[in-house]
Design a protein around this ligand. Sequence first.
Ligand code: ACM
Length: 386
Amino acid sequence: MSPSKTPVKLGLLYSSTGVTSVVESQQRQAAILAIEEINHAGGLLGEELLYAGNDTRSLPSGFRAEGERLFAEDKVDALFGCYMSSCRKAVLPSVSGHKSMLFYPTHYEGFEYAQGCIYSGAAPNQNAKWLADFMTQTYGSRYFLVGSNYVFPYEINRLMRDLLSNRGADVVDEVYIPLAAGRAEIDDVISRIKQNDPVIVFSTLVGQNAVDFYRAYDKAGFDRTHTPICSVTSGEPEMAAIGPDAAEGNIKVAPYFSVIDSAANQRFVTHFRDRFGDGAALCAEAEAAYFQVRLFAEAVTRAGTTNRDAIERILPTFSLEAPQGMVRVDAKTNHTVLWPRVGVANAQGTFDIVREAPSPVIPAPYLIELDDPEDVSAADLTEQYP
Ligand code: ACM
């Protein structure tokens, strides 16, 4: 394998405007933090690690165009980013065409493998399945599904229907609102929930859709101790935008919450807030945006190149200490071994962790047997990151 051209340059695909900028702006900051830490420790392959990337505007067309531009003009070695699945799908053809890589830091619906794509967010067996268990054991058996109108909510709801039905629960209604929804669409969802009350809400709304809905749910006076909004999506950045009082009691299942009690997380939270301000809200999607840059840098150091095939081969051979715990890329799926946790939003704008996996969970993006115990098999992550 010939050595890489240097310096290595990363293409960052994150939105600072549009519907999901509330979380993507934290993801971008987390990626920049990882790059700055790597540079502080001496850079990559002996040179400063560089990055580029303009606002992708929360639009698939914005992601596609910026991905192409980063390859053509900035000559980046790999892309890092995307939040909505529609945006990831818009970028993958050019990643493949350039024989390059996309490191994707967001939970998603599963049922995908693309050469060169590394999935560092949760697959459904690492979040939806844990949420279905928690909801049905804690709250009851009547569910209302509400989502934003694009691919991820439809696909996760299809799975969630099966997961709930396997646990003896019913879905009473399923509705979708446009990504650009206004007051009228949100009010309509609230009236449909009222008609079915009491129901537990499973939300696959993203970004500003979620912020507007959670506020309206609070205003309508639903009792969140018995009928919370549950999701795998809305974390601290959205809670900060909603206001902690209006969000308290709602549930998120994810591999990371900022309150995780470990030295690695303490370091991450302190560095993040020192760099981006005390009010900076962290979430699983930002943590993955951070550790996936470190995973890539470690793989490049070990391989001595940014060549896609070499990086894909080497990634599963080591574990890395991420803020959530030890993680590793799974050789069979290019998804990541992660630590599912259930969090309840509190009045401080963070989440109390009320359940966590005792050991890291191997990704099962195809859910070959939806409720097979194999889906939650534990990984052995013995190798320490140097
Ligand atoms: C998502 O669209 N994967 C949140």
